[in-house]
Design a protein around this ligand. Structure first.
Ligand SMILES: *Cc1c(COP(=O)(O)O)cnc(C)c1O
Length: 454
């Protein structure tokens, strides 16, 4: 039985509900203000009972349904997330959907880069091509929509809050502003990029820059949200995972339901990799696919607790003090979704690999020279790809997807630093600074000729 939803009007909380990831038996309404299991303190997950979904549609019907909705402008199906609403939050009413038509991001063939690296079947899923420039939009549309429905049903929630390494706060601020809900943002002072900071500022969020790191901000926001009027929007809130999960379905749909061999994703708090696994598991259970891609978590060496845990065969959860890294959105030392992510790696026969500052910067530079404009986190994933190819783990004819998690334009300081050769611990091998010349045609012609001859 559901613990506290008897009076709620939604009809399908009986089949979609929060449950404890450690197996405690209680079910909780997704409209309750609850983040962890009241019995054991583990994280919760949104569970969708499989039988009703199987009865609703066959595997082929689900595929056709999702295909028919993709990238239409019909409310709310123009969103990549709400185009799969039955698998996300089925009980959400149309009028409470808070969406700017996120998702449906491009999955493109990295032709030149793949050939250079010796894996011609290489694809980039460009999740940064989204409203606030990162995949975080996918989770926030789900969470803020649920909050809107909670408020419409008379919940005491008055505001949403999150600690952030930058992109979460940008997404939360935008979706909260779109819905007219106040947002409070906790950022580690001086540790996010200007572009990331200016997004919540512009969207009217209450931005609090604290003299600590992300993990320190996380502790404070947990404390502040003990009060049920402020709703916690970090990824320990598993509603986020439901929205992010749609990337996994989208990748497979974009391949005409063919399953790639590998999906590589940069990981910090470990919500994203858990979300990918959750989507693959659901598609397996409902018969849309019959194998899973192997999932690779890519970490920065400066903030690598999950890599260290993996090295120890996941016997213990490792926590570290995360060091400064160019990949600041994954500068996390004590990842919240650890248990979920372990399952994602183990169940898909996946692995975890790491990249140094120099390796991630080199991977970005190489990718950008083939027409991309990648963020440093995507650089971590690309560097990990290179390592796995060199180790012979990823083979030349494997079909590999690298999830690009944010837009490069949010990280121009990093790119400028690279091309000025001023980044710490990075040897810029392909710096390409602008050439300053007098306004003189002969000088210009000489310069162009010189470059073309090299
Ligand atoms: C949040 C974020 C990540 C990591 O996602 P987790 O769910 O915390 O593992 C990776 N890249 C970017 C750009 C991000 O914003």
């Amino acid at each position: 039985m559901l613990s506290s939803v008897a009076s709620k009007s939604d009809t399908d909380t009986q089949t979609t509900y929060f449950r404890c990831i450690s197996g405690c038996s209680a079910k909780h309404s997704i409209y309750d203000v609850i983040y962890t299991c009241p019995s054991c303190g583990s994280l919760l997950e949104v569970h969708h009972d499989r039988e009703p979904l199987k009865k609703q549609h066959s595997a082929d019907e689900w595929k056709k349904l999702f295909e028919s909705r993709a990238a239409t402008s019909t409310w709310p199906y123009g969103s990549g997330v709400w185009g799969m609403r039955e698998w996300v939050i089925p009980s959400l009413k149309d009028e409470n959907v808070v969406s700017m038509f996120e998702g449906n991001s491009n999955l493109f063939w990295a032709d030149r880069l793949g050939k250079q690296l010796g894996v011609p079947d290489l694809w980039i899923k460009l999740c940064g091509n989204s409203h606030t420039g990162s995949f975080k939009d996918l989770g926030m549309t789900a969470l803020v929509s649920v909050v809107k429905q909670m408020m419409a049903q008379g919940s005491p929630v008055k505001a949403v809050a999150c600690a952030s390494t930058g992109d979460t706060s940008a997404a939360l601020s935008a979706y909260a502003a779109y819905a007219g809900i106040p947002a409070v943002i906790f950022l580690p002072a001086g540790k996010v990029s200007t572009a990331q900071l200016i997004q919540p500022v512009s969207n009217g969020a209450h931005v609090l820059a604290l003299d600590t790191d992300f993990d320190g901000c996380m502790k404070i926001v947990k404390e502040v949200t003990q009060d049920n009027s402020i709703y916690l929007a970090n990824s320990m809130n598993s509603l986020r995972i439901e929205g992010q999960k749609t990337v996994g379905v989208e990748i497979i749909r974009q391949f005409n339901w063919e399953v790639p061999d590998w999906v590589i994703i940069p990981v910090g708090n470990l919500g994203n990799i858990s979300a990918l696994y959750k989507s693959f598991k659901l598609m397996m259970d409902l018969g849309l696919i019959n194998k899973m891609p192997r999932l690779v978590g890519a970490q920065a060496e400066k903030a690598n607790p999950f890599y260290q845990s993996f090295q120890g065969k996941f016997k213990d959860k490792v926590s570290v003090t995360a060091q400064q890294t160019l990949a600041n959105a994954i500068r996390i030392g004590d990842p919240v979704s650890y248990e979920k992510a372990v399952k994602a790696v183990v169940e898909t026969n996946g692995l975890v690999e790491q990249a140094t500052e120099n390796e991630l910067a080199a991977a970005v530079a190489k990718a950008d020279l083939t027409g991309m404009f990648t963020c440093p986190h995507t650089g971590v994933a690309l560097a990990v790809l290179e390592k796995l190819i060199k180790k012979g783990v990823i083979k030349s004819n494997d079909k590999t997807v690298v999830v690009s998690t944010a837009h490069g334009l949010k990280f121009t300081d990093f790119k400028v630093g690279y091309h000025e050769s001023s980044l710490e611990e990075v040897q810029s091998e392909h710096p390409n600074p602008a050439v300053h010349l007098p306004a003189n045609a002969d000088a210009v012609k000489a310069e162009i000729a010189n470059r073309l001859n090299h």
